[in-house]
Write a protein that binds this ligand. Sequence first.
Ligand SMILES: Nc1ncnc2c1ncn2[C@@H]1O[C@H](COP(=O)(O)OP(=O)(O)OP(=O)(O)O)[C@@H](O)[C@H]1O
Ligand SMILES: [Mg+2]
Length: 300
Amino acid sequence: MEVQGLVKDYGPVRAVAGLDLTVARGELVAVLGPNGAGKTTTLEVIEGLRRPDAGTVRVLGESPAQARGRVGVQLQEGALYADLTCAETLHFFARCYGVEAEPDPLLDMVGLEGLGERRTERLSGGQKRRLQIALALCNNPELIILDEPTTGLDPLSRRRTWELVRRLHADGRTILLTTHYIEEAEALAERVVIVDRGTVIDEGSPAALVQGLGTTVTVTVTAPAAAGLDRLPGVISAQHDGERWRLSAAAVGPLLAALTANLGASGLRDVWVQGPTLEDVFLARTGRRIEGGPHPGEEG
Ligand SMILES: Nc1ncnc2c1ncn2[C@@H]1O[C@H](COP(=O)(O)OP(=O)(O)OP(=O)(O)O)[C@@H](O)[C@H]1O
Ligand SMILES: [Mg+2]
């Protein structure tokens, strides 16, 4: 799949501003970016649902419209027919592709076993999302496009969805997904494409992106906003939101020693040490954080 110089405007809003994105056959690529970065718009052009204002898009060697039958799509906000059961919904979508669905294996695959006869209006939000993923598989696609496949899922369902995505990938399918969950991109993707304001700001394997930063540790600590922690020896970058400081440094020992000296042992509160993440990559490139996703430690 190859996108070059993609531009898409909604009236005065430039949603995609010259975006390049290539996905090789069999790759698993995550597009990571904050709300409004242009992820969904880009996918919708690739899916043949929107016309680009400029740029070229080739999907499986064809135009997006020609390739549609070979692509499975889970929309960020796909609608379901309330009166249809899960099995009927799968049959209906499969027939739109001119094929027959086998609902039971598809429902098993997404963790909805036994719910074939349930009407979609009686599914929970997370179950609806999983049915949407099953719909993306009903035409046995070569390329699977998932727009935020785990948003709204509980932590266990999220892990199960990751396993499903990994299985589909191991099965030889090409997968392009979006997320604003840092840990999801890190856990799943071979290659992460970070987008912001309609363009790609960096890309690579999660490990390579993080190594490229040169920092090795981030310490988050509670201290007065006026503490001036950005001036501590060894601090490479520092941000604070009120009393919550986030410091990057090359090594953890000297930084903790400097913090203890500065704040006093009893003043050292709520210390959290972590290796660099894709959040730090985004921060380094844009000066902002990716919003929207809870931190893994905060969700239960
Ligand atoms: N149908 C539309 N009409 C007008 N503007 C739109 C429309 N859809 C999206 N936009 C705008 O285009 C920009 C990109 O939106 P898009 O939905 O592609 O972002 P996104 O990266 O998918 O965000 P999110 O993480 O919130 O899903 C945003 O500024 C958004 O407000
Ligand atoms: Mg979106």
